[in-house]
Design a protein around this ligand. Structure first.
Ligand SMILES: [Mg+2]
Length: 245
């Protein structure tokens, strides 16, 4: 079901991959249409600045794809927060060596070249998208990594497993963003496509807002849309209606 409309005093919290852009074969191949950049600017204005990206990506990666994004960015599942291009706050307090984690993951995955290792600023992800039959191999390899790195946790994602600092999630990111002045007193609406978005859906619904699940798969979100195109069209309709109104 598609929500009839957004609350007048909405705070929009949006995932990036699979929500605003299609999932690409590799994260660095994500494609941002000029219309998306324009849409985000209009949403920022329409919400008086209550617009946030909440992503597992590093803040710098999101800024690479959306250099002019005017809102708040919570990256690395909420372990990073960036209010503007000049500020980046991190919260994890762990001594993480991403290059060493990446190297370790590459060694573990070496028997299967189709496994993609994605370097994360605060961890590493192993993708089996290219060969779903490797799921259990990847699970075992990542359990090995988890055992070696106390303070980290495993997060299942779409055709991937990610090792990142324990105690961070998109629910915490939502809470942190909603405590910012521009978001205070607003009704949070969250859109996301992945398992990692479920805690954020729960958090916004607990706060009187609602979640929108993008694409197939179980979700606790109150609403659902087919894909990023459907979400874009719905947001554009809301912008057009609110201009007319
Ligand atoms: Mg996503």
């Amino acid at each position: 079901m598609i929500p009839a409309q957004l609350p007048a005093n909405v705070a929009l919290l949006l995932d990036f991959d699979g929500t605003l852009v299609d999932i690409a074969a590799r994260p660095d191949l994500a494609v941002v249409a000029p219309a998306l950049t324009e849409r985000l600017h209009r949403l920022y204005q329409r919400t008086d600045g209550a617009l946030a990206l909440i992503s597992g990506r590093h803040v710098s990666s999101l800024r690479h794809f959306l250099p002019d994004f005017p809102g708040v960015i919570a990256g690395s599942h909420g372990a990073e927060l960036s209010l503007d291009a000049q500020t980046l706050e991190t919260f994890h307090g762990l001594d993480i060596d991403p290059a060493a984690l990446s190297q370790e993951a590459k060694e573990l995955a070496a028997p299967h070249p189709s496994i993609l290792i994605e370097d994360k600023p605060l961890g590493v992800a192993m993708h089996y998208r290219a060969d779903p039959s490797l799921q259990s191999f990847v699970e075992e390899a990542m359990q090995t990594m988890l055992a070696r790195h106390p303070g980290m946790a495993l997060q299942p994602a779409k055709m991937a497993l990610e090792l990142h600092p324990a105690g961070f999630g998109k629910d915490g990111a939502v809470a942190r963003v909603m405590s910012l002045p521009a978001f205070a007193g607003r009704v949070p609406v969250y859109a996301g496509d992945d398992l990692m978005d479920e805690p954020a859906m729960a958090e916004v619904q607990k706060r009187g807002g609602f979640g929108i699940k993008i694409g197939p798969g179980d979700s606790i979100a109150r609403y659902r849309m087919d894909d990023p195109v459907a979400l874009a069209a719905w947001l554009d309709a809301w912008l057009a209606a609110s201009v007319a109104g």
